[in-house]
Design a protein around this ligand. Structure first.
Ligand code: FES
Length: 414
């Protein structure tokens, strides 16, 4: 139908339309005819699925990444190493929020294990094709130390995409963050400082960084360089030994008094990263200052305290050191030995069984599994992310679940 005829019809119906609306009506009117013509002209074979939008989505949110070690920098006299990682095949890497981590999957001593490490480079560096992570030696550590000893320049490693929720959210955290770091817990904050300098993040960062002495500080030079040129980043070093007040260093531990002295005005977000013991201690100091627990975000190492001192842990007297653990994977059942003081996930990995995991600190839910039978214990501070229905129906995050009797666990890979 011509433009004129459509106009006449509309006038008969006493409908007045502008010229531009008339154009739209005519376009719509012909849509179905055009669609039929396009379908008729299309080849009979199915589309090959390589749509640009799908490729872009896969690049931004890959299931896993294949990375290559391009460079290694020794820190703390070999007690830690920073790895510069690029994509196997080159090109830009998926972006991330400063504070997120990568979970590496590798084989160690016949076991398939994962270990999570915060990205300490700036998000801007991902677009330039690299991430940097720092691995610190842990006394008695099992897979992390092996990785530190074996990973060389040119080696390939499989990693998750950047993961985690330990990043600034303006609505929740406001304009400022008070960050409290212990030891290698500094790494996510190094990324945040770099992101603020590069304009990738927009908040004020006050960082209290505690260590035994100056030799135990990671990334001091880099942090000092950033704070010298970026007024929104302030770093205060708190040293147990050898603090120099003339250099602005504080002496001792990060106490409530020190936190009060440097905390930004108003309701800032408080981010804590370090060992389990350090996080427990800092929570106590923040409670003294009346900081609501909802304001605090904590990330860091897996549980490393004394289980028997945890709230609700039963009397350990008479309990054996190990229990049989039956692991169900589909139709296959394997019985292994689980240590009472070790999370079920670690026992499963030690037995060479690959189980899904990422954060290893109870937060992400990747290790969620059904406890089919048996008694288990979860330290309350590592049990904040488990859903209520999961508690009710016997699902646990096995990276921080400990056996109290013979246990059967069902692992699902979906
Ligand atoms: S691995 Fe993240 S909750 Fe267990």
């Amino acid at each position: 139908m011509s433009r004129l005829k459509v106009k006449e019809k509309l006038e008969k119906l006493k409908i007045r339309v502008s010229n531009s609306s008339l154009r739209d009506i005519l376009r719509t009117k012909n849509l179905s005819k055009k669609r039929e013509e396009t379908i008729a002209a299309a080849p009979e074979s199915t589309a090959d699925g390589t749509f640009a939008i799908n490729a872009h989505a896969r690049h931004l949110h890959p299931d896993s990444l294949r990375l290559v070690v391009r460079d290694i920098e020794e820190r703390l006299e070999g007690g830690a190493k920073s790895y510069l990682l690029v994509a196997d095949g080159g090109g830009p890497l998926p972006g991330f929020r400063a504070g997120q981590y990568l979970s590496f999957r590798f084989e160690s001593g016949g076991s398939n294990v994962t270990r999570a490490y915060s990205i300490c480079s700036s998000p801007a560096d991902a677009a330039n094709g690299f991430y940097i992570v720092t691995v610190k030696r842990t006394p008695g550590g099992f897979a992390g130390n092996a990785l530190l000893d074996s990973l060389k320049i040119g080696d390939k490693i499989v990693s998750s995409a950047p993961e985690g929720n330990f990043f600034h959210e303006k609505l929740r955290d406001g304009d400022d963050i008070l960050a409290i770091a212990g030891g290698s817990g500094i790494t996510p904050f190094v990324s945040m400082a770099g992101a603020i300098r590069d304009g990738a993040e927009d908040f004020g960062l006050t960082l209290l960084y505690g260590a035994k002495d100056r030799g135990g500080l990671l990334y001091r030079e880099q942090l000092d360089r950033i704070s010298a040129v970026c007024g929104r980043v302030r770093v205060v070093y708190v040293l147990e030994e050898g603090a120099d007040a003339d250099k602005g260093e504080e002496s001792g531990f990060i106490t409530a008094d020190i936190i009060r002295k440097y905390k930004p005005e108003g309701d800032c977000g408080v981010f804590v990263c370090g060992s389990a013991a350090m996080k427990r201690y800092i929570r106590g100091q923040l409670a003294e200052l009346g900081v609501p627990s909802g304001r605090i975000r904590a990330e860091g190492s897996p549980f490393d305290g004394d289980l028997t001192e945890q709230p609700g842990y039963p009397k350990a007297d008479g309990l054996p050191d190990t229990f049989p653990l039956t692991v169900r994977l589909g139709l296959v059942e394997t019985v292994i030995e689980a240590r009472r003081d070790e999370p079920l996930l670690v026992s499963i990995e030690r037995a060479g069984i690959a189980a899904p995991s990422r954060c290893r600190s109870g937060e992400c839910g990747w290790c969620r599994a059904k406890i089919v039978s048996g008694d288990v214990y979860v330290p309350p501070e590592y049990d904040v992310s488990r859903r209520r229905m999961d508690r009710e129906f016997g699902y646990a995050h096995i990276c921080c679940t400990f056996p109290l009797s013979p246990v059967t666990v069902e692992i699902s890979y979906t």
